[in-house]
Design a protein around this ligand. Structure first.
Ligand code: GDP
Length: 424
């Protein structure tokens, strides 16, 4: 079996979860390698509808091993409640199904609090954080001021380390934000309530993945968010604090030498964006409301209405290139069925010039979209399962995108259910 990555090409929420759920059938291991509880992957399968935040989407498949790699923001509180949540619905997350890297850093209780405090301080200049503590977590990770999951196995060392971190972090909490300090009693409670129970899941995921790779069981890397949110290549500063690219997967999983054979980039048939920052194709008013309703575009984590607009070819081509995508899954094509004409942003106008290139973040707010219109297909396509059965206009739309973004579209998704897919 080959090793594959499923990554977001745009702003996130492209439908990665449904693609991972589909493709886990041919994978022995599913790995989350970056990000944390700030995203929501929606999956609909025989157990019902789920919005997974930290758990890899392979958790529903019997026999699949799921890995939370060293690159994730491991929030014990979030993870514990997610494990309980899925158990209530008949999906049991046992230590043979979930492996947590001993090198994953823990998101500490003050990270979430600091996220909220900083967004409040920024007021109308806020980044639109989901307030899950992700930015404070990654800042501290790279400042070497967090705890590794493996330290939970060394209680004495852990408590001494936490006491040092607490003393340091309280300086910021109290003196910068005027917030209440944390105490060791609070940390003990947090350890007892959320962390102790994770101990049986902690292991050296590098060793596990090296074995899985040499046994050829098929490793599936599941990314969170999309290219335009990447810490290095995204729309700074409205990006996330981790690398959302396939190139980071080997680093973030615990096995840096692993090779990825196929990179499947997930693109939604139109654009959506949650949070702040430039969104060149944005629609407002009635037409936005209609598309938002048709696509059910409300955040899986926060319930916030997503910003919507037509497909942005300029941003998508950039996303495909930084991901190094070798195959595309185009999702939610069914949502566009109500449109008589399908709008597509094919270029930007910037400083009086037309451009095909995605601009530097500081130049992006001045860009405006150039829109072309393709024929709509005027019928429900959600029951279609074969490429040849799609209406000609729908096929033309897919082929138009394929040609403009420069990457083959191998999957067309026409509904949220596992089998609502056309494999080309
Ligand atoms: P992710 O974070 O990339 O996994 O995306 P989300 O889960 O946040 O958003 C995708 C949403 O679209 C979910 O509610 C999915 O169930 C839904 N979805 C995925 N593919 C399709 C599709 O082809 N058609 C429709 N109508 N819904 C889809």
């Amino acid at each position: 079996m080959s090793n594959r990555a499923i990554v977001g090409i745009n702003w996130g929420d492209e439908g990665k979860g449904r693609m991972v759920d589909l493709l886990t059938e041919n994978s022995g291991v599913v790995v989350r390698y970056q990000g944390g509880g700030n995203a929501g992957h929606t999956i609909i399968n025989e157990y019902g509808k789920f919005a997974l935040h930290l758990l890899p989407s392979g958790i529903f498949r019997p026999g699949v091993v799921n890995v939370l790699g060293n690159g994730v923001a491991l929030d014990p509180e979030n993870l514990a409640s997610e494990i309980d949540e899925v158990a209530k619905r008949g999906v049991y997350v046992t230590p043979d199904k979930l492996k947590i890297s001993d090198r994953a850093s823990l998101l500490l209780p003050w990270h979430r609090e600091l996220d909220g405090l900083e967004e409040a301080r920024l007021a109308d200049k806020k980044f639109g954080s989901t307030k899950q503590g992700i930015a404070p977590f990654y800042s501290d990770k790279y400042a070497k001021k967090t705890v590794l999951a493996g330290e939970l196995l060394y209680p004495e060392h852990l408590r001494a380390h936490l006491a040092d971190l607490l003393e340091w972090k309280n300086l910021t909490l109290e003196r910068v934000y005027g917030a209440r300090p944390y105490t060791m009693e609070m940390m003990e409670e947090w350890l007892n309530k959320y962390c102790e129970r994770l101990i049986p899941y902690i292991t050296d995921t590098g060793a596990l993945l090296r074995r899985a790779d040499s046994d050829g069981v098929g490793i599936l890397f599941e990314a969170q968010l999309g290219s335009l949110r990447d810490i290095d290549y995204g729309i700074h500063p409205y990006n996330t604090s981790s690398n959302t690219l396939a190139a980071y997967a080997p680093i973030g999983c615990g096995c840096p030498s692993i090779k990825i054979d196929e990179i499947i980039g997930v693109v939604k048939a139109y654009s959506t964006c949650v949070g702040e920052g430039p969104f060149t194709c944005e629609w407002f008013g009635e037409e936005a409301e209609r598309l938002r309703e048709a696509g059910g575009e409300y955040g899986a984590k926060t319930g916030r209405p997503r910003r919507v607009g037509p497909l942005d070819i300029v941003a998508t081509r950039y996303g495909v290139s930084v991901q190094g995508a070798t195959n595309i899954a185009l999702t939610k094509l069914d949502v566009l069925s109500y449109m008589e004409k399908i709008p597509v942003c094919t270029q930007y106008e910037l400083d009086g010039q037309l451009t095909d290139s995605f601009p530097f973040p500081a130049a992006l707010p001045a860009a405006s979209p150039v829109t072309e219109y393709l024929d709509g297909w005027g019928c429900d396509i959600s029951g279609v399962r074969n490429w040849d059965d799609l209406p000609q206009a729908a096929r033309d739309y897919v082929l138009f995108i394929e040609e403009r973004i420069g990457c083959r579209i191998g999957y067309v998704s026409v509904g949220p259910e596992r089998d609502s897919i056309i494999v080309r």
